[in-house]
Design a protein around this ligand. Structure first.
Ligand code: ZN
Length: 367
């Protein structure tokens, strides 16, 4: 605190009638100021108060000296008082400026300390997502086929009727081309549609590369089905195609067996039932022994001991004609798996819609 008792009185009250006494009073004030600055901590809050006490316009010490000492001073002392006051002001301002730098440095340091990262605190835990059951199943299927020399290709979901139907030996009158089954793009000049299977990539791949071909094609496909427990308007398929000069039905059966054992367990057996697909001949439905009961019959396999896996067959030679492959020299097999169906079978999911409802209680069961 500045010395109130002195600066609240006039020089006359203080008996300061000579320049020497005036100078001595100013020296007193200056000494007190110096002591207070030296003692003052660098705390920004109390620093602001200290500034006001000395330089505040209304009642700071310098203002009081001006009002109580300078203004009422006798004409002969006024010059001395003014000179002393100017010296004091210059000294106070210079000291305060120096101190201000220290205070600011201190404030910066303490805020830096506040912002510093405390490595001992527990971190913010972010919930990690996991791969969806369908994505996991895709990866599992791809792993199985990659391990026996297949590669993965992907294709467009919007297709032309040529790739989706004609080149796959599905002529105009085939029921799969019925409007009931296919989503057509409105106003599309070439009759574009949402692919109804991943099979168009068989054609696109064979058009681009000479044999041998060993590919699997994962992806979304679309059909105009009414949604129920096992149907949706969108589902996932993985297509397979192997074409070479010496591929036999035995290779086909061997691949199917290998897949079934890898996917459902080493004791799994398969059987083929005759079927029909426009782009394979002969065609077959592939069944596997039930992975739940092992073939003795249970609720999952409806007591039959068998579960239906997917459709497949030897590539119909007519298909080779569309891609300028030599049907005399080449042979191969193809299959199309419903990924959602395989995931439901393997993981005991009974309702298709839960796969796509994003209910975390369901999703968390497949971390
Ligand atoms: Zn069973």
């Amino acid at each position: 605190m500045p010395e109130k008792s002195i600066i609240e009185q006039t020089l006359l009250d203080l008996g300061a009638t000579t320049p020497d006494k005036v100078a001595s009073l100013f020296a007193d004030v200056r000494q007190r100021f110096d002591e207070q600055v030296a003692r003052h901590s660098n705390d920004p809050e109390t620093w602001r108060v200290f500034l006001v006490q000395w330089t505040g316009r209304k009642s700071g010490a310098l203002t009081q000296i001006t009002d109580n000492w300078l203004k009422p001073a006798s004409p002969e002392l006024k010059k001395v008082v003014g000179a002393e006051l100017n010296k004091l002001k210059a000294h106070v301002e210079a000291s305060l400026e120096e101190k201000r730098k220290e205070v600011e440095a201190q404030a910066e340091q303490s805020s830096a300390a506040r912002d510093a990262i405390d490595l001992s605190l527990p971190g913010v835990e972010r919930a990690l997502g996991t791969r969806h059951l369908i994505r996991q199943t895709f990866e599992e299927l791809q792993r199985i086929f990659l391990s026996i020399g297949f590669s993965v290709v992907e294709g467009p979901e919007i297709e032309t009727p040529y790739y989706n139907f004609e080149a796959l030996n599905i002529p105009e009158y085939h029921p799969a081309r019925d409007n009931m089954d296919t989503f057509y793009i409105e106003g599309a000049r070439q009759g574009h549609l949402l692919r109804t299977h991943t099979s168009p990539m068989q054609i696109r791949t064979m058009e681009k590369q000479p044999p041998p071909v060993r590919i699997v094609v994962p992806g979304k496909v679309y059909r105009r089905d009414n949604p129920d427990a096992t149907h949706g308007y969108m589902f996932h398929q993985i297509e397979g195609l192997a074409v070479d000069t010496d591929i036999t039905f035995c290779d086909f059966k061997g691949t199917v067996d290998y897949f079934a054992r890898e996917f459902l367990g080493p004791k799994t057996k398969t059987r083929l039932r005759p079927s029909y697909f426009p782009f394979t001949e002969p065609s077959a439905e592939v069944d596997a022994t039930c992975h739940v009961c092992g073939g003795s019959g249970c609720r999952v396999c409806k007591q039959s001991g068998w579960i239906e896996l997917f459709g497949a067959g030897m590539v119909d030679p007519a298909v080779y004609g569309f891609v300028k492959y030599d049907a005399e020299r080449l042979s191969g097999f193809a299959f199309g798996m419903g990924v959602d169906r395989l995931a439901m079978l393997k993981y005991g999911v009974t309702e298709l819609p839960v796969l796509f409802q994003n209910d975390v209680r369901f999703l968390r069961q497949f971390p």
